[in-house]
Design a protein around this ligand. Structure first.
Ligand code: HEC
Length: 200
């Protein structure tokens, strides 16, 4: 009998456990922060929640405002023009090279294994439709979020952002907005309107 009571209490406690989804570190990727909390249910213990509480939870869920793609674009746009993204010290943003989602032209310098090289700056119009594809000096197969991180590390001299974070998803949403209506062509090469001679 005593055992049964303890079991019920444990069941109730785990039912109220709000899953933070933070095993990957960083902020959980759940729409407008925190509002979309997930409940972790123990199988068979859901009946332990008192009916009053169930009603309260249902009402809370019904009044929650859903996140929207447009809101994600707005947050992503802010990150795109942020000079502190990935704690970068270069005082540059994505917009420094990919202004308005296009290209400012020219080539960017990067170092690899001590060698300096010039890399043509592509336009981002249509770019999202070409991932995943092999990128970087090592030609690693990457998705768009990893590509964004490559630019954060190489050109902003910052730290990569957690791919599972809301920030990463919002930045992907914004970069993807430049490819609306474009044909999905994974693996296609970057688009450089005016290549610089001698640059990659
Ligand atoms: C200093 C200039 C510079 C900055 C700043 C910069 N990039 Fe880039 N970006 C490049 C260059 C150069 C490439 C091409 C890399 C290559 O060919 O390996 C590129 C490639 C890309 C691509 C892939 C395009 C394609 O079609 O393959 C994406 C997406 C991208 N950048 C997004 C971003 C985002 C998001 C940011 C900000 C976090 C950013 N870039 C900041 C220069 C820059």
């Amino acid at each position: 009998m005593k055992r049964y009571v303890i079991f019920m209490m444990l069941g109730g406690a785990s039912l109220l456990f709000v899953n933070g989804c933070s095993s990957m570190g960083g902020r959980p990727a759940m729409g407008a922060e925190g509002k979309h909390a997930q409940m972790k249910m123990d199988s068979g213990s859901s009946y332990l929640m008192p009916p009053g509480k169930v009603k309260m939870m249902m009402q809370m869920m019904m009044t929650m405002k859903p996140d929207t793609l447009e809101a994600g674009h707005k947050r992503g746009e802010k990150l795109f023009y942020s000079e502190t993204l990935g704690d970068n010290k270069s005082r540059k943003s994505c917009g420094t090279c990919h202004e308005d989602g296009g290209t400012v032209g020219g080539a960017a310098e990067m170092k690899w294994k001590g060698m300096a090289m010039k890399v043509n700056i592509p336009t981002l119009k249509g770019a999202a439709a070409h991932f995943p594809k092999p990128m970087g000096p090592m030609k690693a197969l990457v998705d768009l979020a990893s590509m964004n991180n490559m630019c954060i590390m190489t050109f902003l001299k910052g730290s990569p952002i957690n791919k599972n974070s809301q920030e990463s998803i919002d930045l992907v949403a914004y970069v993807t907005s430049f490819s609306r209506g474009k044909r999905l062509e994974p693996g296609k090469e970057k688009i450089v309107p005016r290549p610089v001679p001698g640059a990659m």
